[in-house]
Ligand binder design. Structure first.
Ligand SMILES: [Zn+2]
Ligand SMILES: [Zn+2]
Length: 143
């Protein structure tokens, strides 16, 4: 893990660096899809001993500092995803069979404009779109 970059990112956000926090940030940064708190906890445990409450608290802090975005997945389970500072908002697809969450393509300028027009004078802070269905893999294993 690139410790210096992680330390620097925590410092830039005004977050005190602890082993639990740097481990969690490392996992979030290296994962391509959002994960729920239990999965993140399991991944942390592979690297260092962290209790679930700490993982939960750290995610809350990361969310407040805009390091992660959260959204409600299936059965209202919160999923967490690292916010790449250069990335644009993108919708997600969640499979009803295997519960896996996939990141879809980034929204482009026209999409963003479309939403701004839709909300009139309200101000958009974040965009959360989750499409539900059956993923390709589950579709294939069904037939
Ligand atoms: Zn599936
Ligand atoms: Zn995503």
């Amino acid at each position: 893990m690139n410790n210096d970059a992680i330390k620097e990112e925590l410092r830039a956000k005004g977050i005190k660096n602890t082993r639990a926090k740097s481990t969690l940030l490392h996992i979030l940064q290296n994962n391509k899809a959002p994960m729920d708190v239990n999965t993140l906890h399991q991944e942390c445990e592979k690297i260092t001993s962290v209790n679930l409450a700490t993982v939960y608290r750290t995610l809350q802090q990361f969310h407040e500092k805009q390091l992660v975005q959260e959204f409600l997945g299936k059965d209202s389970v919160t999923q967490y995803e690292y916010i790449n500072q250069n990335a644009k908002a993108h919708p997600h697809f969640q499979c009803e069979k295997c519960d896996k969450v996939f990141c879809l393509g980034e929204l482009n300028f026209d999409d963003a404009l479309y939403f701004s027009n839709m909300v009139n004078n309200h101000k958009i802070r974040s965009i959360n779109i989750t499409l539900n269905g059956v993923c390709e893999k589950c579709l294939l294993s069904n037939s």
